[in-house]
Design a protein around this ligand. Structure first.
Ligand code: HSE
Length: 440
């Protein structure tokens, strides 16, 4: 076997700690797979004293609190960045790449928002920036898009890509637990982001969607072009009405390439119960990818948590170790993008997207109210596919509608106008229907 591949880890939280544990606990198997043992030689953590349990003094691992000491260590070939955030993660990754080290990161915010700059640094220095663990935890979706489906023109992909959000929606639809209680459990289990607002408001999913779309369509990372809505406005009754209409509500990231360009959007979405995706529960993530040659494919697995994410981090390290062993000048393609015309695909604005929609409109139970509601919809050329009207609760009653497809701009105008109809007594809930037929 060849000489060991030397690794440094920056950040020993849920993901970094899990990765170190996996590298130590499965060292023999990993060495056989990689063709070289993988040796962690230096770890930087904000709390070195507390890390002594994970990094025993006889392990030979140098422990400190300065990530730049890892980046400067001449012996280290691969730097693992599991600190999260931008500061100092951006500088740590940039300096590591510029110092000739390959970098493995789990930091989706960093890749989605500043990856274009970092890939240029990697390109200029012949180094690799690998980020499998940044999307969908343990599911190898980056490799799938980049390698397994490389021959395809990707038409669309749609994914449940935030484990915390899916865990919350699953528990909400099962009933009996509060939002806060479920979120606290997700934090305890290490699923949630340091700022769980990122999970609930959709930022985390938007980061992951940005990364997948970039590979799928060969475009630069365009986080700011991703439309992002969270799950905070959903009520348990929306989940129940969706069931009655034959759907489940999931927080979905959708990327589509049409003649008009690329759509990128994250929002709660009605998915037909005939789709396997609608059954993905708990912290699991799942991504459906439609390639023009292969057809529709589905990938499912744990999307968060120490061990699942470590599985992806260590897979990237093994990949790099294998290629170093094979003498490759550059372990992996450093860039996300294709070259050539695909880089200039236009982005489709949300206003130009058409969706069928679920609407829940709380109204006073008065004569003619349904006619007044449908008149507003008709004025905006929105036709109705299905209606549920429930019994009265203290004078107000929800009208639940499923509409045919209508442009987002018409739907927004109709919702605004409905809000000023005197019978309407509360906020209108709107959930878009997934834009793919159940059979696809
Ligand atoms: N907070 C993220 C999630 C962690 O819940 O999916 C994995 O990226």
């Amino acid at each position: 076997m060849q000489s060991p591949v030397k690794v440094g880890i920056c950040g020993l939280g849920t993901v970094g700690g899990g990765s170190l544990r996996l590298l130590l606990e499965n060292a023999d198997e990993i060495a056989r797979r990689a063709g070289a043992s993988i040796q962690v030689v230096r770890v930087a953590t904000r709390r070195p004293r507390e890390a002594k349990e994970a990094v025993s003094p006889d392990s030979g691992i140098a422990l400190g609190n300065d990530p730049f000491a890892v980046v400067k260590d001449a012996e280290i070939q691969v730097v693992v960045e599991t600190m999260g955030g931008f500061d100092p993660a951006f500088d740590v990754v940039r300096q590591a790449l510029a110092n000739g080290k390959h970098v493995v990161t789990a930091n989706k915010a960093l890749i989605a928002e500043r990856g274009n700059e970092l890939f240029e640094v990697a390109e200029a220095h012949g180094t690799t920036l690998a980020y499998e663990s940044s999307v969908a935890g343990g599911i190898p979706i980056i490799k799938t898009l980049r390698e397994g489906l490389a021959a395809n023109r990707i038409e669309w992909l749609a994914g449940i890509i935030n484990g915390t959000g899916n865990f919350i929606l699953t528990e909400m639809s099962a009933g009996g637990r509060t939002f806060e209680d479920v979120l606290a459990q997700a934090q305890e289990l290490g699923y949630a982001e340091a700022d769980p607002g990122f999970d609930v408001e959709g930022t985390d999913a938007a980061h992951k969607l940005t990364i997948m779309a970039s590979i799928a369509f060969g475009i630069p990372l365009q986080f700011s072009a991703t439309w992002t809505e969270g799950i905070g406005t959903l009520e348990p009754e929306d989940l129940a009405y969706a069931e009655e209409l034959g759907y489940r509500i999931k927080h979905l990231g959708i990327a589509r390439r049409t003649e008009r360009g690329v759509e990128l959007r994250v929002h709660p979405t009605l998915i037909s119960k005939r789709w396997l995706l609608s059954e993905v529960a708990g912290v699991d993530n799942a991504i459906v990818v439609k390639g023009h040659a292969v057809g529709t494919t589905l990938y499912q697995g744990p999307g968060a948590g120490a061990d699942a994410t470590a599985s992806a981090v260590v897979a990237d390290i093994i990949d790099i170790a294998r290629r170093l062993r094979a003498g490759a000048a550059r372990p992996l393609a450093p860039s996300l993008h294709y070259h050539g015309e695909a880089r200039d695909l236009p982005m489709v604005s949300m206003d130009d997207i058409e969706s069928e929609c679920y609407l829940r409109i709380p109204v006073l139970d008065r004569m003619g109210v349904m006619a007044r509601i449908t008149r507003v919809l008709e004025q905006h050329a929105i036709s109705i596919e299905a209606v549920i009207q429930k019994e009265v609760h203290g004078g107000s009653v929800p009208i639940v509608l499923l509409t045919h497809a209508a442009p987002e701009s018409s739907m927004n105008a109709a919702i605004a106008e409905l809000g000023s109809v005197p019978d309407v007594v509360g906020p209108i809930s709107r959930v878009r229907v997934a834009p793919f037929p159940a059979g696809e």
